[in-house]
Design a protein around this ligand. Structure first.
Ligand code: 13P
Length: 291
């Protein structure tokens, strides 16, 4: 077992110009599939849940399953709480064993975002072992309870990014750069690669201390992903693609086997499909063999 903080894992990735996949799961079958794919590829891994699954699966049950799988997985792994807008809930998840917490106060005014993010950072750091991700600017689309309309999305300002990171002490920083949650409407979405590069330069030019996070992984082309890694992207969040894989595979299986009542077979089909998706991501991110 090697449960590490996401920060340690991502500094290593950014220094060596690859990135780590952070995969959002909503059930045990998906969690197992993601683990299996990462172990198969010998890749470091971040498992994520947003807030709703952490409630309906129960965060204590989820953490227990995660720890059991992590114990037998010979790769570095972290468990991340994604896009939590509630400071107290962030703290409780850290208490329960999430190793990385994202406080998403990005819809708040700048000073309030700093205040809430710093409160979570101070708490998690006092526990030892838990790192924190903060966001500046807003990522459009829907991710669980966080919804941002396209015309409301605002990109992160590079100078403000430095101020945000310095005043909050966040371990990982997610600047909005034009990527979006959900399915992109065009093949070439407008992503501000240079902005990510400028932020990385300002934050990490002396030594690598604040790895950068790219939200909205689903639908990004391999070319975009490689450019984003070049610019400093170290953690790539992937959620929608896994949800679609789960639902489409289940639908296809049931459509082809309407007379069979064997739920285990659906799980096997879903697991295979998710393993393939995650394996492809790991190859594209360059994290295969880095565990
Ligand atoms: P996608 O749903 O577009 O893959 O984005 C995931 C994400 O950024 C979760 O934080």
């Amino acid at each position: 077992m090697s449960i590490v903080t996401a920060k340690e894992m991502l500094i290593e990735a950014a220094e060596n110009k690859y990135a780590v996949g952070a995969f959002n799961i909503t059930d045990l079958v998906q969690m197992e599939a993601v683990f299996e794919a990462a172990v198969d590829k010998k890749a470091p891994l971040i498992i994520q849940t947003s807030v709703t699954p952490s409630k309906f699966l129960r965060r204590d049950v989820l953490v227990a399953i995660y720890k059991t799988l992590a114990e037998s997985a010979p790769i570095p792994v972290a468990l991340h709480l994604d896009h939590c807008t509630d400071v107290e809930y962030c703290k409780r998840c850290a208490d329960f064993g999430y190793t990385n917490i994202m406080i998403d106060a990005s819809k708040q005014p700048f000073e309030e975002n700093i205040r809430q993010t710093k409160e979570v950072v101070d708490y998690c750091h006092s526990l030892g072992g838990a790192s924190v991700e903060g966001e500046l600017g807003t990522v459009s689309g829907v991710e669980d309870q966080v919804k941002v309309a396209e015309d409301e999305a605002a990109l992160a300002n590079p100078e403000q990014s430095v101020e945000f990171v310095e005043r909050t002490g966040v371990d990982l920083f997610a600047p909005a750069i034009g990527t979006a949650h959900g399915v992109y409407k065009t093949k070439n979405p407008k992503v501000d690669f240079e902005r990510l590069g400028a932020i990385n330069q300002l934050l990490n030019n002396q030594w690598l201390k604040t790895p950068l996070v790219v939200h909205g992984g689903t639908g990004l082309s391999d070319e975009y992903i490689k450019r984003l890694i070049e610019m400093g992207g170290a953690k790539f969040n992937v959620s929608t693609e896994l949800k679609h894989t789960l639902i489409d595979t289940t639908y296809d299986y049931i459509s082809a086997n309407r007379e069979k009542y064997d739920p285990g077979k659906i799980d096997i089909a879903v697991k295979d499909a998710i393993r393939q998706v995650v394996g492809r991501w790991i190859d594209t991110l360059g994290s295969a063999g880095k565990a």
